[in-house]
Write a protein that binds this ligand. Structure first.
Ligand SMILES: [Zn+2]
Length: 337
């Protein structure tokens, strides 16, 4: 989301000179992230902490504003944008994103143009995401050349950090954390919080897991091919176009881990793309659309994981006859703790 379209400097040379910084288990190399760390090194060396801190500072300013009412839940990022002197306007002619973009406006200001045809929750999150782009030093000169798909794309570092900051804007720490403390981590509280804060179930779930109040994790499952199969499909398309062989039938998509997010106290790591067995209650959720709550064994890691799961179906993202996506909150059972 959110290409800044004002300037496109030649950036290949810049990229050659890039520094790499290791923070925890993550490497950062995008020049915007490196500039952010250099500029705010007194806050932290960790860009995630820097972004959270910058958002919290802006929200403190917003809370004290006499002219604007920053309150919630739900919190309206357009109010924060106004306080920061950023204009927001609807636009159905976005050129770089389906959701929202930053553009230069008069007097050195910026305007966030957002797609009014997207769901309200998505519009809000997109506006918040674009606000966070403006926290990066030199964001006006940002280069948005895309790297080849399938390879590590440093651009994602910025997008990830903007999503992290957006999540803090629409679900600010004191209010959201105190709600999670009083409601607990469950599917029921996830649904309540998502409605209350007007944020998608997935963004709410990630934020809830990251409060770290309980040793729990989140997996989202979707139908897809594994990376090797995707490559095979691409190669066969190419070969068919060259040699016009008999049509090759690709393998069926399977219900796989689309992404996994864990709290600091959840020790197991579940890799992406792992497929779930058809005997699993999570597969059942996908097929029937009915939620599941209970103990189960997940065979997604080397050692089977005994876990208590709360799972529900999510709307499909692709227009196919495949079954629903699934969101599941995992808790360590006594066997694992
Ligand atoms: Zn973005």
């Amino acid at each position: 989301m959110g290409a800044y379209s004002a300037n496109y400097p030649v950036c290949d040379e810049e990229r050659m000179k890039q520094r790499h910084l290791k923070v925890g288990n993550k490497y950062y190399s995008h020049k915007s992230v490196i500039r952010l760390i250099d500029r705010y090194s007194e806050i932290s060396q960790d860009p995630e902490e820097i972004i959270r801190s910058l958002v919290q500072d802006k929200l403190n300013v917003a809370r004290q504003s006499r002219h604007f009412r920053w309150n919630g839940p739900p919190f309206n990022p357009e109010v924060l944008a106004s306080i920061l002197g950023i204009w927001c306007e609807e636009s159905v002619e976005l050129t770089h994103s389906e959701d929202a973009e930053l553009h230069p406006a008069e007097n050195g200001r910026v305007v966030i143009r957002y797609n009014p045809d997207k769901p309200k929750t998505r519009q809000k999150f997109s506006i918040a995401h674009e606000i966070v782009h403006t926290f990066f030093p030199g964001y006006q000169d940002e280069c948005h050349a895309r790297h080849q798909s399938g390879k590590f794309d440093p651009e994602n570092e910025v997008e990830f950090l903007c999503d992290l900051g957006a999540s803090e804007i629409v679900m600010p720490t004191p209010e959201f954390d105190s709600d999670v403390k009083s409601m607990g981590v469950s599917l029921k509280s996830l649904q309540k919080l998502s409605k209350l804060y007007e944020v998608s179930l997935e963004a709410t779930a990630i934020r809830m897991i990251k409060t770290d109040f309980h040793p729990c994790a989140l997996i989202v499952l979707d139908y897809s091919h594994k990376p090797a199969e995707k490559e095979e499909i691409e190669t066969s398309k190419y070969q068919q176009s060259l040699f016009r062989e008999d049509p090759w039938v690709p393998p069926p998509m399977r219900l796989r881990v689309q992404y996994f997010v864990r709290g600091r106290h959840f020790s197991t790591y579940i890799p992406k793309h792992k497929s779930i067995e058809e005997s699993s209650p999570l597969y059942e959720v996908s097929v029937t659309g009915k939620p599941f709550q209970g103990d189960t064994v997940l065979n997604l890691t080397k050692t089977p994981l005994n876990t208590y799961v709360e799972a529900m179906a999510l709307p499909k993202t692709h227009n196919t006859d495949l079954d629903s996506r699934v969101i599941a909150i995992l808790f360590h059972t006594r066997k694992n703790s």
